[in-house]
Design a binder for this molecule. Structure first.
Ligand SMILES: C[S@@+](CC[C@H](N)C(=O)[O-])C[C@H]1O[C@@H](n2cnc3c(N)ncnc32)[C@H](O)[C@@H]1O
Length: 227
């Protein structure tokens, strides 16, 4: 670490090592919990952990005057729970899940168990009661680190939480359709995202945000609605 700030290159290199190690063993999702465990409560070791809402989503929420008014929200792959906590502040009744038990334990320590219902859950094995059950679904950076072969299934799995007339917001790194994939996290292309339409959602808004850090791909904030 340098000057108490995340040494992002070193942290990302370590993430790449752990992810490759697990992927080589044929375990594409085991590395998340391994990383959270290795971090042992140090957020500096988790590249996506800011202890505050995702800035691109927050900007979108402020621009659109997002308010919960008691509606039900779900945060997919919630990590340490910053965005779930933010949605609670905006007046949603929030559920949030992550595959990693360590992340969920950490989120509960940070934000308690009263305001957000935090659950350990695999995106691909949701409880039946959660299908089509949420007015507002938020997915930030969960699809992009999963192997590309899982992309369509991951998109279908996210889409099915949305209630009729509900809304989904996706925040992701973006890439051109023909841009080669380099290393984890693998940004999404417009072609990848078109799967949400196949899954029954309509694209309502597409915002391109220049990345806060130089040299990184743009972030896309895409809004979908279910008719
Ligand atoms: C890149 S992190 C982003 C975390 C959080 N959304 C954020 O922006 O801070 C991806 C998260 O998805 C979780 N995850 C990965 N695969 C998952 C799955 N199949 N089901 C649920 N969560 C998953 C990981 O444990 C990790 O916390």
């Amino acid at each position: 670490m340098t000057n108490g700030k995340k040494d992002i290159e070193a942290v990302r290199a370590r993430v790449g090592e752990i992810a490759s190690e697990y992927n080589e063993r044929g375990d594409a999702m085991g590395w998340f919990d391994a990383l959270y465990k290795e971090a042992a409560g140090d957020t500096e070791m988790i590249p996506w952990a800011d202890l505050e809402p995702n800035p691109y989503f927050k900007q979108w929420a402020e621009t659109n005057g997002l308010k919960g008014d008691g509606r039900k929200a779900l945060v997919v792959g919630c990590g340490l729970g910053d965005d779930a906590n933010y949605l609670n502040d905006l007046g949603f009744e929030v559920s949030a899940f992550d595959l990693s038990p360590t992340a969920i334990e950490w989120a509960k320590k940070l934000y308690g168990t009263e305001k957000v219902q935090f659950e350990v859950m695999n995106l691909f094995e949701p409880p039946r009661g959660w299908i089509g059950a949420f007015d507002f679904v938020l997915e930030i950076y969960t699809i992009q680190p999963l192997p590309i072969e899982m992309r369509e299934d991951a998109i279908d799995a996210v889409a099915r939480f949305v209630k009729d007339r509900g809304e989904l917001v996706v925040v992701t790194r973006g890439r051109e359709d023909d841009e080669p994939l380099d290393q984890v996290p693998w940004p999404l292309s417009r072609k990848d995202l078109s799967r949400f339409q196949v899954s029954g959602l309509q694209q309502k808004d597409f915002v391109v945000c220049p990345a806060e850090n130089d040299g990184e791909p743009d972030r896309w904030v895409i809004t979908y609605a279910k008719a």
